[in-house]
Design a protein around this ligand. Structure first.
Ligand code: FES
Length: 123
């Protein structure tokens, strides 16, 4: 059962175990279910508000290769989290991307650490 550790610099970590029935769900969907206050807006990979930094549970790059939609790649470039050269490198070498969109990233069978921006208080 993969583990997701949600981390924010100002708050305690929140650790969840993803049950088999929840595989193939987005990180944002799980965060909402477990009351992790990840910032988000469109929930459709358009705005970049839900950007997260993803590593393995120990803070190292994840082991699984890139698995991003074209829309996610475009938004990550637009918001300055990934250059064209970085994108080409991770595609060619099938490397994981350290920046992802929580509304687009699907859980996989790997323990990960997710660093997130917090939702503003008035939402
Ligand atoms: Fe808009 Fe994820 S909430 S890209």
């Amino acid at each position: 059962m993969p583990k997701i550790i949600f981390q924010h610099p100002d708050f305690d970590e929140i650790e969840i175990y993803v049950p088999a029935a929840s595989h193939k769900r987005t990180i944002l969907s799980l965060a909402k279910e477990f009351k992790v206050p990840i910032n988000f807006d469109c929930q459709d990979g358009e705005c970049g508000t839900c950007v997260i930094h993803v590593t393995d549970a120990d803070g190292n790059p994840t082991k699984m290769g890139v698995n991003m939609t074209e829309k996610e790649k475009a938004v990550l470039q637009e918001i300055g989290k990934m250059s064209r050269a970085e994108l080409e490198r991770i595609i060619v070498d099938d490397l994981p991307g350290e920046w992802r969109l929580a509304c687009q990233m699907i859980t996989r069978d790997e323990d990960i650490r997710v660093t997130y921006e917090r939702m503003p208080e008035d939402q």
